[in-house]
Design a binder for this molecule. Structure first.
Ligand code: HEM
Length: 107
């Protein structure tokens, strides 16, 4: 019984990765449309977290190795958060900038 979360997390990660792999062709991206494809591919983050959990649960005492994986994943996810925040900020700045014409004419 104590093994169940370990198997469930591994299997869930696997189940998530199947549709991601199946849509990893140019034809699949075209069929879905980029926006929907991108949304689907975001499940990779969940699969990553489940895989780390899966490995963590397998380890009995020395959690150093899964802890390394967890830290690498956390660093990568944080990098995604930073990039999303930066891009949103750039879009806001571009959106709110004054019209080039009205600033240039001065008359
Ligand atoms: C049906 C799905 C899965 C099942 C039944 C399963 C089962 C197992 C089992 C029984 C082990 C222990 C092996 C051992 O003690 O030597 C293991 C280890 C592991 N699994 Fe899975 N797994 C599944 C999916 C996944 C997926 C999708 C990932 C990663 C994306 C993953 C990553 C790992 C890792 C990193 C280990 C530890 C390897 C090591 O000790 O060096 N597993 N898994």
């Amino acid at each position: 019984m104590t093994k169940r979360p370990f198997i469930i997390s591994g299997f869930a990660a696997f189940l998530i990765l199947v549709p991601l792999a199946a849509t990893s062709t140019a034809a699949a991206v075209q069929r879905l449309g980029y926006a929907r494809w991108k949304k689907l591919q975001r499940f990779a983050y969940l699969a990553g977290a489940l895989a780390v959990l899966h490995f963590w649960l397998r380890v009995k005492k020395d959690v150093r190795e899964p802890a390394i994986y967890a830290s690498v994943l956390a660093a990568l996810l944080l990098a995604r958060v930073y990039v999303a925040w930066r891009d949103a900020r750039r879009r806001r700045i571009l959106r709110d900038r004054p019209e080039p014409d009205s600033a240039a004419s001065g008359r």
